[in-house]
Each structure stands twice: as structure tokens, then as C-alpha cells.
Design a protein around this ligand. Structure first.
Ligand code: S3P
Length: 197
């Protein structure tokens, strides 16, 4: 059966960007949040890899960080353009995205809601160690490098529309907290069968 178009009621904006350091849970919280709202989930790192036809590690290896940041900025621009289409979207940024001045400026100027997923440094480090940095996190480095990079980026993260402390919390609880604090509304279809998966 054909469904009527999905409608988002009372949504203050139609896109939420999750920002924060490596290991903050942007992707897992983003997926849970999108599921909870019937919004679409997008991952900026995945979009970069699709657009470039290489993994993040390959981009860093072959061209270095400046080229990765250019690719990141271009992918962000594309996701922001698409976010204006009317469907609710939850987008997980990469750990460095919101701390790059040009990407930060673009996100702030777009007016989308940004959520800083904060967590204690030991927890961020432990999560990254558990997940294994592998192909995804060439910048993880030693514990000292990790700490210094985190301190450098904090002033940017703190300019997000909302800060949520993710330390010691379950993914679902964090998603619920974001829904409540931003007053986000689930997309409903007139057939009541839910929106985009
Ligand atoms: C980066 C974090 C990674 C990825 C890339 C660069 C960073 O994303 O975008 O390795 O600069 O902190 P996650 O935060 O999802 O690991």
C-alpha cells in the first residue's frame, strides 16, 4: 500500500548534528536517536568514504590530513544541502569536524541543531581502545596526543546548541535525553506505519 508523505510535527529544525571527540558515541547514539524519531541516520565518515572511494585511513595515508579535511568539508556541505529537503535527519559528524574553523562556521551558519556528546577523557580513551582505532582513527595516537587534541577541540565543541554528558550512560538513555531537551518529535505517517528506516 502506498503511504502518504511523512510529516514531522513541531520539529524545531529538521536536522540534528552530533559532534564530539573520538569515542563519544556519535554513531551509536545517532542511530538510536534516528530510530527513536523515525528520522534518517547519516554518518559523515561513511559519506566521505563513499565519495572518495577510499577508507579514511587510506585518505590519510595517501594524501595527509589537509586533504582529508577538504574531503570532509565537501561531504559536510553535501549532507547539509540534503538536510534542507524536509525529512528529519540525524547526522553523526567525525571527531574533528566541528573543530575545523571552516566546517564549524558552515554548521553554525546553517542553523542546524548541534549536540555535543561529552564524556570523560578516560572513558573516551577506553572506548576507542575497545573499538580498536584500525582504519577509522589515524589521529588517535598515544594517550598524551589524545589528551592534547581533546583539550584543543573542547572550545569548539562547547559552542554546540546542546551539551549532553554521555559518561557512564547507555545509548538509549542519551538518545532520550536529546529528544527531551531539544523537544524533538517523531515523524509519523498518516497510516501510522512509521517513517523512513
Ligand atoms: C577524526 C575522527 C574520526 C574520523 C577521522 C578523524 C578526528 O571520526 O573522522 O579519523 O579528527 O578526530 P570518529 O570521531 O567517528 O572516530
Amino acid at each position: 500500500m502506498r503511504q502518504r508523505p511523512a510529516v514531522a510535527e513541531g520539529v524545531p529544525g529538521n536536522a540534528v548534528f552530533l559532534v564530539g571527540f573520538m569515542g563519544a558515541g556519535k554513531t551509536s547514539v545517532g542511530r538510536a536517536l534516528a530510530k527513536r524519531l523515525n528520522w534518517i541516520f547519516e554518518d559523515l565518515d561513511d559519506r566521505i568514504e563513499q565519495r572518495e572511494g577510499r577508507t579514511i585511513a587510506e585518505i590519510f595515508d595517501a594524501f595527509g590530513e589537509p586533504a582529508f579535511r577538504q574531503a570532509e568539508h565537501a561531504a559536510l556541505l553535501q549532507l547539509l544541502d540534503e538536510a534542507g529537503s524536509g525529512t528529519g535527519k540525524v547526522i553523526a559528524a567525525g571527531g574533528g569536524t566541528f573543530a575545523q574553523p571552516d566546517s564549524h562556521r558552515m554548521l553554525q551558519a546553517s542553523g542546524v541543531m548541534t549536540v555535543f556528546l561529552d564524556a570523560s577523557l578516560p572513558e573516551l580513551w577506553a572506548r576507542c581502545a575497545r573499538q580498536g582505532s584500525g582504519a577509522k582513527r589515524p589521529l588517535q595516537g598515544s594517550q598524551n596526543v589524545f589528551r592534547e587534541l581533546h583539550a584543543k577541540r573542547l572550545p569548539y565543541y562547547r559552542t554546540a546548541s546542546l551539551r549532553v554528558d554521555a559518561t557512564g550512560k547507555q545509548v538509549e538513555a542519551i538518545a532520550n535525553e536529546i529528544v527531551e531537551k531539544l523537544g524533538l518529535k517523531k515523524i509519523v505517517t498518516r497510516t501510522g506505519q512509521g517513517g523512513p528506516k
